[in-house]
Design a protein around this ligand. Structure first.
Ligand SMILES: [Zn+2]
Length: 83
């Protein structure tokens, strides 16, 4: 005896984790537009972390690229342009 009404079992795993993805910055639900973040603000926060992380200079809020190059040059030898 075989069952004629045997339905093919198509198990499609529901990607629950995708819809439940969380913003790595604040932990809120992510927005499709700003994935993997929840908002542009959090995307900017993460971006600034990448940019600011390696160039943190004590006493400087914003670091001028020329200042960094100057500091590197001055680090090896004394700055000849300084009085
Ligand atoms: Zn967020």
């Amino acid at each position: 005896m075989t069952d004629p009404d045997e339905t093919p079992r198509t198990e499609t795993p529901v990607p629950a984790r995708l819809s439940a993805a969380r913003c790595p910055v604040c932990g809120k639900e992510t927005a499709a537009r700003y994935r993997p973040f929840c908002s542009r603000r959090c995307a900017d926060v993460d971006l600034s972390r990448w940019f600011g992380g390696g160039y943190v200079v004590a006493g400087h809020e914003q670091v001028d690229p020329e200042e960094i190059a100057d500091a590197i040059a001055a680090g090896e030898a004394t700055d000849p342009e300084r009085p």
